[in-house]
Design a protein around this ligand. Structure first.
Ligand SMILES: *[C@@H]1O[C@H](CO)[C@@H](O)[C@H](O)[C@H]1NC(C)=O
Ligand SMILES: *[C@@H]1O[C@H](CO)[C@@H](O)[C@H](O)[C@H]1NC(C)=O
Length: 273
């Protein structure tokens, strides 16, 4: 009896996600260099908080069979997600925008947003991701390059990122609770490679390019204004490359629409409303 109880405890413990452990390496033009790892941040990117889903049936036979007709409304995500089985990696490139205070946001508020690519989080609560976040603090904009594996908070990777920088991120799932995130400064030849284990079990059934209103202390941060921004990249689904051109689009709506996503070919465009 005692043994059975211990076994039940052991099995249920193994269902609970284990501690998320990251380790980082830095490279300059492909050569590993010394650096100091960044801290855990007070920020957390979350899985999709869905409000509604609208499906428009297309009857035009010329485009029948194209599965691009869903738009999802969310309180925290804006962008595009591809779904199916089994995603092993995603890449994304973007520019860090100059963010602004929205009308109505007080001069003491610290509005922010993040841009990232990741695997999962569209229809489950697991998520592995890498990206940048920008926040107005005092008179200036601060930018951080980060990685995250839920349920842990974001990790500052200590890669220097500036407004206007071109960033390329690759997120690869190497197992159901392990992965690699590479953040690259394409102009300078610097990159950080983060390796993670632990965390919520991935099901690898979505990959996404997202601009997010993330959380600090379980509340959404004030969402910054931003110029129209784009994501390019591909995902690998069952060994085959898929572009965002077949993605489900996600609009960010709080008391009104704050960000809407559109596709221009295989480029995801996110616009402030
Ligand atoms: C991400 O990086 C891995 C390792 O270099 C590579 O095999 C994979 O193709 C990359 N993924 C994408 C979507 O480019
Ligand atoms: C990228 O390089 C630019 C200069 O080309 C530099 O200003 C910026 O801080 C670098 N950012 C990253 C991500 O290292």
């Amino acid at each position: 009896m005692k043994f059975a109880a211990a076994l039940v405890a052991l099995i249920s413990a193994s269902l609970v996600s284990s501690e998320v452990v990251w380790s980082f390496k830095k490279f300059q033009d492909g050569v590993e260099v010394d650096f100091e790892e960044g801290p855990v941040t007070q920020f957390q990117s979350q899985a999709l908080q869905k409000v509604s889903e609208a499906r428009r049936k297309r009857i035009d036979s010329r485009i029948a069979g194209r599965a691009t007709d869903a738009t999802v409304t969310s309180t925290n995500w804006c962008g595009a997600a591809v779904t199916g089985t089994t995603f092993s990696s995603i890449s994304g490139s973007w520019v860090i925008p100059a963010i602004t205070r929205r009308s109505g946001q007080s001069t003491s508020s610290e509005p922010a947003l993040s841009q990232w690519v990741g695997i999962d989080g569209f229809s489950n609560d697991a998520l592995i991701q890498g990206g940048t976040l920008s926040q107005l603090v005092g008179g200036g904009q601060q930018n951080v390059a980060w990685t995250e594996m839920l349920p842990a908070a974001s990790r500052d990777t200590s890669l220097t990122v500036g407004t206007g920088d071109h960033i390329t991120v690759n997120v690869t799932a190497t197992g159901t609770t392990s992965g690699t995130v590479t953040l690259q400064n394409t102009s300078r030849g610097t990159s950080i490679v983060g390796t993670v284990s632990g965390g919520s079990r991935l099901s690898q059934n979505s990959a996404e390019w997202i601009l997010e209103d993330f959380e600090q202390g379980s509340s959404l941060v004030a969402f910054a204004g931003f110029p129209t921004s784009t994501f390019t990249g591909t995902a690998i689904r069952s060994g085959t490359s898929v572009s965002p051109s077949t993605a489900t689009l996600i609009n960010l709506v709080q008391s009104s629409t704050l960000c809407s996503a559109t596709l221009s070919g295989s480029t995801v465009e996110v616009a402030d409303n």
